[in-house]
Design a protein around this ligand. Structure first.
Ligand code: GAR
Length: 223
């Protein structure tokens, strides 16, 4: 079937903050690079800037606050129900700062993606960029992966690498990584929308994907 004739992938976005990755996805859809639509934005933070982005694009948003639920599981059961009601085919965590509960993972097996600002499995959890700087790695980057019950542990879909330079601060490294986050997240979603991702246990196979032929070292080789 011609790709454009397939129904658009319905995406449910979960975000807690400024939502620049959410915006990158909206932009890819707007430019016709990604055949998808945002079914709903769900946030746990009533002052998340992601809400402004949803409003601007006339996208439905829900503020679903954990404090309004008896337990974490009940909270995620409710989130799953909201997503199911809207026929979401993929859930995208875009700066959603909570560990996803089992009820949501079980409702969307291998259909929840997350982006993390480090080369997993290094530096999971909060402040991946700061952890990388403090450890002293020369290369860091970002990772899009499927979500399982661990913290940033699920099968990896795409990674992008950037050099860490000696003058870097957390802010400069974060900015360098974020630029690539905005490229790899829409790309991972595109591969999913095109049915090109197969998950085998921990590993992900991408259909019809060219093998990369280049590498870089940091510092660059001088011999
Ligand atoms: C991004 O850098 C994302 O990788 C990170 O939060 C930021 C959200 O920015 N996520 C995590 O650290 C998850 N462990 P955004 O709201 O502008 O997309």
């Amino acid at each position: 079937m011609n790709e454009q004739k397939m129904p658009a992938l319905k995406i449910g976005v979960l975000a807690s903050g400024r939502g620049s990755n959410f915006q990158a996805i909206l932009d890819a859809i707007g430019k016709g690079k990604l055949h998808a639509e945002i079914a709903v934005l769900i946030t746990d933070n009533p002052s998340a800037f992601a809400i402004e982005r949803a409003r601007k694009h006339h996208i439905e948003y829900l503020v679903v606050h954990p404090a309004d639920y008896a337990s974490r599981e009940e909270y995620f059961r409710n989130v799953a129900e909201e997503l199911r009601t809207r026929n979401a085919g993929l859930i995208v965590l875009a700066g959603f700062m909570r560990i996803v509960g089992k009820a949501l993972i079980d409702a969307f097996p291998n259909r929840i993606m997350n982006i993390h600002p480090a080369l997993l499995p290094s530096f999971p959890g909060l402040h991946g960029q700061k952890q990388a700087l403090e450890y002293g790695v020369r290369i860091s980057g970002c990772t899009v992966h499927f979500v399982d019950e661990g913290m940033d542990t699920g099968p990896i879909i795409i990674q992008a690498a950037v050099p860490v330079v000696q003058e870097d601060t957390e802010d400069t490294l974060s900015a360098r990584i974020l630029e690539l986050e905005h490229k790899i997240y829409p790309e991972a979603i595109r591969l999913f929308a095109e049915g090109r991702i197969d998950v085998h246990g921990r590993t992900v196979q991408i259909k019809d994907y060219p093998n990369i032929q280049s590498f870089f070292t940091n510092p660059p080789l001088d011999i």
